[in-house]
Design a protein around this ligand. Structure first.
Ligand code: NAD
Length: 321
């Protein structure tokens, strides 16, 4: 086998598992490092028969060692849904700080390119709209979401310091809300929640008055953007996301219709520090990387709903056996 050897931290999570799959299909050798805090071996079990794939169960915040050559480290380990990082605040800060330090150390030791999965959350509740990479953000450092936002801001700073002081070849990608198969139906994010409620005929719970907006990107597009940066030499940071903006209320209605459901929509309390708007300026990704999202929102939601329908079936079967 002659493809590159790529370490994916958080490889058993939602985005990580899609990256593992795509890179194996392109002929890479993939080492997935994960402690299964929010991911699951099930996400990668279909890859286990591939001799180019290996799973190493480990916690990135402790000592890590990978024998042999490594050409690239894609650092994706971190809880990402608000429900997950609010349940695991210290773990989230630790993986963003110590975990990033260890992943960068591995890239330095191996002479590998390092890609940090950063997030649109570094922009906080933004005062500029849409958000370009030049915007420094509006984050409450002691708010409940800060465990994630500040961990990622620290991780960006650490990555930049390793580039400047140690000459590590780094890239920072600021990922905006991504959806698709293998999100956990109960992970608390809006799309899995809306789909699960619609498919079960339960009320669809929209926070606030539903006028807050998000831009949502289908997972295949996000993965393509991440890999374009990974195989480039650009440092970034670069936004990857779909600039098509949708209000939460409109999204709930679209999902209800696509799922063929008659669930009522129920407005519930809005979480603290929840951003009012979120939309990427993707000019840099288009001009520097030639990347733009391709999957239409309705098409992406259809594919995601179909996957969730099967997943919920499986869950119900497991509960009754
Ligand atoms: P996820 O929770 O599905 O995956 C994260 C993975 O990291 C899980 O498999 C988890 O078990 C693993 N992990 C967590 N702590 C670890 C540790 N200490 N050691 C080893 N493994 C650990 O989340 P996701 O949605 O796939 O997000 C992946 C990455 O992308 C995260 O870094 C997240 O911040 C970033 N991101 C995701 C989105 C999105 O919309 N999904 C948006 C912006 C940024």
């Amino acid at each position: 086998m002659s493809g590159p050897t790529i370490v994916i931290t958080g490889g058993a999570g939602f985005l990580g598992s899609h990256l593992c799959e795509r890179l194996l299909a392109q002929g890479a050798r993939v080492i997935c490092m994960d402690n299964f805090l929010t991911g699951s071996p099930r996400n990668v079990e279909h890859l286990m028969t591939n001799p180019a794939f290996r799973v190493v169960e480990c916690d990135l915040t402790g000592f890590i060692h990978v024998p042999g050559e490594v050409d690239m480290v894609l650092h994706f380990a971190s809880a990402a849904s608000p429900a997950d990082y609010l349940r695991h605040p210290i773990e989230t800060l630790k993986v963003g700080s110590l975990g990033t330090l260890h992943a960068l150390g591995m890239a330095k030791e191996k002479g590998a390119r390092f890609i940090l999965a950063s997030t649109s959350e570094v922009y906080g509740d933004p005062l500029e709209h849409p958000q370009a990479e030049t915007y420094w953000g509006n984050v409450n450092p002691v708010g409940p979401r800060s465990v994630y936002d500040e961990a990622k801001r620290f991780a960006e700073s650490l990555t930049t310091a390793y580039r400047n002081s140690h000459g590590v070849d780094t890239g920072i990608v600021r990922i905006f809300n991504t959806y698709g198969p293998r999100m956990r139906p109960h992970d608390g994010r809006a799309i899995p929640t809306f789909i699960r409620q619609a498919l079960r005929g339960e009320p669809i719970t929209v926070t606030g008055d539903g006028s807050q907006t998000r831009s949502i990107c289908y997972v295949d597009d996000t993965v393509a953007g991440v890999l374009t940066l990974a195989f480039d030499d650009f440092a970034g940071p670069v936004n990857i996301g779909n600039p098509q903006e949708v209000s939460m209320l409109a999204l709930a209605e679209i999902i209800r219709d696509l799922a063929g459901s008659s669930s009522p929509i129920r407005l519930v309390e809005r979480p603290v520090d929840d951003p009012k708007v979120r939309c990427p300026d993707t000019t840099l990704a288009a001009e520097r990387l030639g990347w733009r999202p391709r999957v239409d929102m309705i098409d992406g939601l259809r594919r995601t709903i179909a996957w969730f329908a099967e997943e919920l079936e499986r869950e119900s079967r497991e509960l009754t056996t």
